[in-house]
Every structure is written in structure tokens, then in C-alpha cells.
Design a protein around this ligand. Structure first.
Ligand code: ATP
Length: 479
């Protein structure tokens, strides 16, 4: 892990954003709990996504489907047969790797050494292997022919590459027979597909229209070592947009543009975002692009935009025997719609926002750690401080706080020097602080201070909420 990444992990724990799950028992690998500030951050992100997708599109409706679904769903979707990752073990250290990621790491190291020609050659071999009939063998052959050593032990002593299904299985009911196996959903999308007609009919939608959903997904990831970047239980924000066959290219470009804009609107700098085209298209997809962010651990995916054709609806039609066609009353056409999907990781978006916001700045000879979140995303919107704990200042401060808490979360702090209280708020990304002092008691004005510029002005205490809302609307990310 990089230095900055470690600092973010440590700040997240220390200030109550993210904790290791079941920490008192030594933790459970790749599962995390969101603390008081983390849950606010996450909810703000969810709300911004929901507003952008559902409220701003009159042809997108929301859904909240169950995590457990009929087991045949995962047959129809292809997950039972093909939701695999190729794994390989270092026999010396017993550390397990995802074979494709091991090769990607090797390619990165070649590039860092300036061996671009070799890197290109191995990259092409990787693309071919990912598309090969016997993917496991093809990946194994690359590791052997390139003599890729284990990053962990430095040894070259590997097992074969084996395919590993990522779905968590469990049993339904008391009679645990072979046919009672159910799965924790590995993606939220299938809940949307099986509800295609339910939502279309009840929300009175006509193609093109979308169904949006936020919810948990579970994957028994082979390698999960990078904090909330890759978890075994995580949350997705997905939308499936149903279009007439032939219209998918246009819809794909439309949603690609909209999704990139959403990340920019959250305050991510354009230089930190890029598009990445999939090396390997899923057999049913006709286009797939990822939004990548430059994390401290390198460029990585945060969201995928996929053109999935009619694969899923067709699969459910075949396996359920129910007609999944759409009847177009305007043209009298009948068809199974094509689907453009936008699939973002909620936790990964949270991690991106933490990485993007984290700054260390020199202020008057001291290092100030500040999270420069977009104010709408910041967990706490305002810190409220009485200058001293007497003379009626706490009472006035509490009254201001009660007023602001009708709109958003605030934090009251009366301990220590005001400078220190500012620093505590900076460290969790609180964009505004309000201080009640002697002058407040005389003329009703308070000092308000902005996190980013650290500038302070005096305004009337009755104007604090309005001032904050105006500032929030006008906020733009700095450098
Ligand atoms: P990867 O190649 O990283 O395994 P993927 O291509 O399988 O990811 P998708 O199935 O397209 O990912 O899932 C959509 C989004 O869900 C991803 O862009 C990512 O943000 C998020 N996501 C997927 N797997 C995880 C995970 N294990 N932990 C956290 N977020 C995840």
C-alpha cells in the first residue's frame, strides 16, 4: 500500500469513517463497517446518484429487490456456469493470486522499466488468453513462458491456474437438500431484469426507459487486500436502460457522457478520470467501457458502462417460460429490448472521494490535513463553536445548531482552542464552521469560516443557513 493510501485508511478508522468488520475478533477479511461519518458520506453519495438517475429522468424508475433470488436466476444469467476468476497459488508462500492480475502487474513492471515493446507483447498475449477457450491454461502458459515470479516470495513455484466461482452459496429453509441452494446475489442487475414487466406496467413506462437500484452484492473475491477497493460484501448503484434493438449505440454514448459528468459534478478533477475499454467483452456484450480513477494504488475501475444486448431478458424468457418481449403500441412491433447498463460501486466511489479529497497543506509552519469534499458530500456540513464555555455563548451556539440540524448534520465543539477545533473539522472535511463570541452577544453576528480558503467573515446569526446553502451551491473544486 502507498503512503497516502495508508494515511487514508488510518484517518478513516481514527475519525469514524470505516472500521474493519468484527474487529474485536481480529476482523473478517475484506468486509468493512461504516462508522458515524462513513455512513453519512455513503448516504450522501447514494442520494446524489438517486437524484441524478431517478429524479432527473422521468423515464427512470427506482427498485429495491431482495438479495436472495430464485436459484434459476443465476442459471439464466450465466453466473452458475461462468462467474469465475482464474486463481493461482504460490506454493512457497501459499499466497493466492488472480492469474490475470498477476500478469497485469508484470506488464506494469515492464513499463516502469521502460520495456514498452515487451509490455505490449505480453499485453496482447493476455488479451488473447482472456478470450481463449481454455482461459486457465492460456493464462498459465503466459506465467510459465514469461517466468513471472511471485511478487510476494520472489519464487517461481506455481500451482496450475484454476477457475473459482465467486458466488456465495447458502441453504434456504430447514430441509437443506441439494436443490435448496440459493446464492447471495453477486450483482444487483438481475433483480432489475426479473422485474422488467412489473416496473414497466406499474410505472407506466414505454421503451426507452430505465430501472435504477442501489443495494448489496456479494463476491467471494480471490484477492481482497486493498481496503474497501475490493470487498466480499459491497454495494452497487446500477441502472439498466431498455432500448429498441438498434438504438443501443446511441443510448450507450448518452449514458457514458452522463455518468462521466456525474463524477465530475462530485468534485473529481478531470485529470484524475479516464475511460478504459474492456480487453475482453463478455460473450453477450457489444460494448463495454470503464470509468477509471487514478487511486494512490494506480488507475482502477470505479464504474462500468456496458451494452448487454438482449442476453439477460432472453435468458430469463428461456428459463422461466415467461414472455419478456415488449409490445410497442406505436409501431405494433414486438421485441426483447436491448440493455445499456451503468454499474458503479458505491464503496469504491466513497474510496475515490476520500482519495480525491485528502490533502496535506502547509499552514503557518504546520501541516494541515484536510478532506476537501464537495460540501454536498461532506458528512458534517458545519462545526458550531462557542468561543468560551460561559457568558451565555453555549446557549446561543446550541440555538444556531438546532436551527441548522433541521437541514443537515452539524457538530458542536466547545473544547480547546478554536484553531484546534478548526483542524478537527478540516480533517473530516466539514466545509463550514460557525463561532459564537463576545460580539455575537452584543450585535447578533457570528464568525463563519470556510474550510478551503480558511477565510472568515462576520454575518448575522439569522443568516447562517442561507449563507451555507449559497456557498454549497457555488462550490467548485480547487487544484
Ligand atoms: P473487477 O474487474 O474489478 O473485479 P468487475 O468488472 O467485475 O470488477 P462489475 O461486475 O462491472 O465489476 O461491477 C461494477 C462495479 O461494482 C465496479 O465498477 C466496482 O465499482 C464495483 N465492484 C465490483 N466488485 C467489487 C468488489 N469486490 N468490491 C467493491 N466494489 C466492487
Amino acid at each position: 500500500m502507498t503512503d497516502v493510501f495508508e494515511k487514508i485508511v488510518s484517518l478513516s478508522k481514527r475519525r469514524g469513517f470505516i472500521f474493519q468488520s468484527s474487529e474485536v475478533y481480529g476482523g473478517l477479511a475484506a468486509t468493512y463497517d461504516y462508522g458515524p461519518l462513513g455512513v453519512e458520506l455513503k448516504r450522501n453519495v447514494m442520494q446524489r446518484w438517486w437524484n441524478a438517475m431517478v429524479y432527473r429522468h422521468d423515464n427512470v424508475a427506482g427498485l429495491d429487490a431482495a438479495i436472495l433470488m430464485h436459484p434459476t436466476v443465476w442459471k439464466a444469467s450465466g453466473h452458475v456456469d461462468a462467474f469465475n476468476d482464474p486463481m493461482i497459488d504460490d506454493k512457497v508462500s501459499k499466497v493466492r493470486y488472480r492469474a490475470d492480475q498477476l500478469i497485469e502487474g508484470y506488464i506494469d513492471r515492464l513499463r516502469k522499466k521502460g520495456k514498452d515493446g515487451e509490455a505490449d507483447r505480453v499485453y496482447q498475449a493476455l488479451v488473447d488468453a482472456l478470450n481463449a477457450e481454455d482461459q486457465a491454461k492460456a493464462l498459465y502458459d503466459i506465467i510459465m513462458s514469461e517466468e513471472i515470479k511471485s511478487p510476494d516470495s520472489g519464487m517461481f513455484d506455481w500451482t496450475e491456474v484454476r477457475q473459482f466461482n465467486l458466488m456465495f452459496a447458502t441453504k434456504l429453509g430447514a430441509l437443506a437438500g441439494a436443490d435448496s441452494t440459493v446464492y447471495l446475489r453477486p450483482e444487483t442487475a438481475q433483480g432489475i431484469f426479473v422485474n422488467f414487466h412489473n416496473v414497466r406496467e406499474t410505472a407506466r413506462m414505454a421503451v426507452p426507459f430505465g430501472i435504477a437500484q442501489i443495494g448489496k452484492a456479494f463476491r467471494n473475491e480471490i484477492v481482497a487486500r486493498q481496503f474497501i477497493f475490493r470487498m466480499r460484501e459491497f454495494e452497487q448503484m446500477e441502472m439498466q436502460y431498455f432500448v429498441k434493438p438498434g438504438a443501443q449505440k446511441e443510448a450507450f454514448e448518452e449514458w457514458r457522457a452522463k455518468r462521466m459528468q456525474w463524477h465530475l459534478d462530485n468534485g473529481i478533477r478531470p485529470s484524475k478520470l479516464r475511460w478504459h475499454e474492456h480487453e475482453k467483452l463478455a460473450h453477450y456484450a457489444d460494448a463495454a467501457f470503464d470509468v477509471q480513477y487514478e487511486f494512490p494504488i494506480g488507475w482502477q475501475e470505479v464504474e462500468g458502462i456496458h451494452s448487454r444486448t438482449d442476453f439477460d431478458l432472453k435468458g430469463h424468457q428461456e428459463h422461466s417460460g415467461k414472455n419478456m418481449q415488449y409490445f410497442d403500441p406505436q409501431t405494433n412491433d414486438r421485441y426483447i429490448p436491448y440493455v445499456v447498463e451503468t454499474s458503479a460501486g458505491l464503496d469504491r466511489t466513497v474510496l475515490m472521494l476520500l482519495c480525491e479529497a485528502y490533502r496535506e497543506e502547509e499552514v503557518e509552519g504546520e501541516t494541515r490535513v484536510v478532506l476537501k469534499f464537495h460540501p454536498s458530500i461532506a458528512p458534517v456540513k458545519a462545526g458550531i463553536f462557542p468561543l468560551v464555555k460561559k457568558d451565555g455563548m453555549p446557549e446561543v451556539a446550541h440555538a444556531i445548531e438546532a436551527d441548522l440540524r433541521q437541514h443537515f448534520l452539524t457538530e458542536y465543539d466547545e473544547k480547546g482552542a478554536v484553531g484546534r477545533r478548526y483542524r478537527r473539522m478540516d480533517e473530516v472535511g466539514t466545509p463550514y464552521c460557525v463561532t459564537v463570541d463576545g460580539e455575537t452577544l452584543e450585535n447578533g453576528t457570528v464568525t463563519v469560516r470556510e474550510r478551503d480558503s480558511m477565510q472568515q467573515v462576520r454575518i448575522d446569526k439569522s443568516q447562517v443557513a442561507t449563507w451555507i446553502f449559497d456557498r454549497m451551491r457555488a462550490w467548485t473544486p480547487g487544484e
